[in-house]
Ligand binder design. Structure first.
Ligand code: G1P
Length: 292
């Protein structure tokens, strides 16, 4: 089996109900954070880790994603003519990337979305990036996970400690710390009630998986919420091989949640050289108004 992680899957077929009405007819993944759609942050993160093949799982009303990552000939020509070099560079920066799109015909869950990519992944390890988990570009989460995968030759899941009240929004692991932020996983549960959660270690939206997950996914019945859950498939896979978690201590935004989305917008705007100065002034102004 190929050992290098060259492929990444970006599930993007979800209904985006938490952002209705904004997501009624347009994809959640295209909601902008400052000046880029959410999914572009994940694509750039994967590209920075040497990923070569980008597989996006789409669904109804998701065509804007394909258009976004396509070349925009007329726009590029017009920017060229008007000498807007910087903008031209910005919109064509990802033009060299090859995307494959697979349509998930029904929103049957994350596990089902991953299974849809089986014909493209074949016999290789692959990364999964959930674009509503936005990771600060200065953090090297995915790079570190790929490194651990290469060392351990086992699936690696990104973990983060979350407060008790929030644990029910996540897949949660039971595991043993083995040093370097690495946990050997003994069990996984999808969205447990706070009192049933085996730990406070939540799975966040970055995975390095191996193709044997497909065999488990193919036999899986519906889990939590009537969906095919990736967490359940990983629990099945645990019977045959070890799975590790990597505890992320950097900054992650749950941009699939309204407050998380607003936090991502504020923090990333404060880092964006085009807007940071006037925006910071505004934020300070808001803060002093709130103090009064
Ligand atoms: C999915 C997974 C869950 C994981 C989460 C991370 O849930 O099913 O195990 O913890 O992503 O963001 P979703 O947020 O799609 O409901």
């Amino acid at each position: 089996m190929e050992k290098r992680v060259k492929k990444a899957i970006f599930p993007a077929a979800g209904l985006g109900t938490r952002f209705l009405p904004a997501t009624k007819a347009s994809p959640k993944e295209m909601l902008p954070i400052v000046d880029k759609p959410m999914i572009q942050y994940a694509v750039e993160e994967a590209a920075a880790c040497g990923i070569e093949e980008f597989i996006i799982i789409t669904g109804k009303y998701k065509r804007a994603i394909e258009d976004h990552f396509d070349s925009a000939y007329e726009l590029e020509e017009s920017l060229k003519k008007s000498g807007k070099k910087k903008l031209l560079e910005e919109i064509s920066r990802l033009n060299h990337i090859n995307f494959a799109y697979i349509r998930q015909r029904a929103a049957l869950g994350l596990g089902h979305a991953i299974l849809c990519a089986k014909p493209f992944v074949k016999d290789e390890p692959f990364a999964v990036l959930l674009s509503d988990d936005v990771i600060d570009a200065e953090d090297t989460l995915l790079k570190d996970m790929i490194k651990f995968y290469e060392e351990l030759d086992c699936p690696i899941l990104a973990l983060q400690q979350v407060p008790g009240a929030e644990i029910q929004r996540y897949g949660v692991i039971d595991g043993v710390a083995e040093g370097d932020g690495i946990y050997k996983i003994n069990n996984l549960v999808e969205k447990p009630r706070t009192e049933d959660a085996p730990s406070d270690l939540a799975i966040i939206g970055r995975y390095i998986l191996t193709p044997d997950i497909f065999r488990v996914l193919e036999c899986l019945s519906m889990g939590k919420g009537g969906e095919i859950q990736l967490t359940d498939a990983l629990r099945g896979l645990l019977k045959n091989r070890s799975i590790y978690g990597y505890l992320f201590k950097g900054r992650r935004y749950d941009a699939g949640d309204k407050v998380g989305y607003l936090k991502a917008t504020v923090d990333l705007a404060l880092k964006n050289p085009q807007v940071s100065e006037p925006f910071k002034e505004y934020i300070l102004n808001v803060a002093s108004r709130l103090k009064k």
